[in-house]
Design a protein around this ligand. Sequence first.
Ligand code: PLP
Length: 388
Amino acid sequence: MIFDNVPEAPPDAVFGLLGAFSADSRPQKVNLLVGIYKNEQLQNEMMPSVIEAKSQVLPDVSLADYLPMDGSRDFVEAVGSLVFGDGNVYGAQAIGGTGALRIGGEFLAQEVGKTIYIPEFSWPNHRSIFERAGFCVETYPYYERTRHEFDANGCLAFLEKLPKRSIVLFHAACHNPTGCDPQMKEWAQIARVVRERQLLPFFDFAYQGLGDGLEKDAAAIRLFLSEGLEFLVAYSCSKNFSMYCQRVGALFVVTRNGSLKTKIASQIKRIVRAEFSNPPAHGAMIVTHILKGNLRSQWESELEKMRKRLHQMRCEFVRRLMAKKTSTDFRSLLEHKGMFSFIDLEKQQVQQLREKFGIYMLDNGRINIAGLNHKNLDYVADHIIQVI
Ligand SMILES: Cc1ncc(COP(=O)(O)O)c(C=O)c1O
């Protein structure tokens, strides 16, 4: 038969383990896996401002038409001002951050080069997306294991040796999986090398508002913009608008020569046309309604509340780990930003946590801080210490 030889693909690094978590019948099990925000009751909840926006917008929608290939202009302008401080950068609506990375990847593979450099530790899907977009995917040093922080020296030394016009992926804020971001002075050094080596940065911006706040999380991108550099941004509204399944995102292309916008737009639209023709409307309408209307301050304060809960859980987790007085110093986790942190555990320790205690994290030791609450903090901290 025709499909007899189809091999089974390996399970996804994140969603694969989720199946094992769901099948685990132990009541004390803890899910620190998928990058979804959860409240103190460990529920994934839609933000109230989004529920309200939905009820205000959708009843009146009777669209029986396609959106333009590069999506709603209102949406792109609204998200553009969130990212850049003004909405005057060319952008295309995309199917989540993943879709934006894929469209941007195809555009760069077509126009700029066939190799992309991603951090040595990165969101596992980066490699798959860019390979399928036609790239050879290489890595650059990112994480300093002894100090548990961004490896500024290793990264800069590597970037300095790259061929001109190399494409480099950066996480704009809240690095996934390590939680370690460059400090602003390090971003300034990166921007200098980008200029000198004429590199092309591609920022993945999936967690705006969950690190240090909406404005501060955009600081690296704003710096590159003010330096007059050219770059791309793949934006996701999945986490900061709790719009995971609505698939809302955008791709932005920053160029120094504004007159190129029409040509660039024409290429992006051509790629979109062949991938999914045009994006879906409803999710983008909801986000636009929030950003441009009177629900904006409510949304901002809900996002702030989420950010503060992550921060509080991070602090309490470290306090509990440190109270156990092991030789491991966990204080570096306090410097991490956003939803994730890397805990330096061996793969077999991670497996032990999963098998013996029902504590699920990725094999590389990445935890989602949002999976912690006041009820499970002690349980998780105690058993991490036990396996160490
Ligand atoms: C770093 C990073 N980029 C992009 C994405 C993709 O987001 P989306 O769900 O909007 O496709 C994620 C999602 O987990 C992510 O962690």
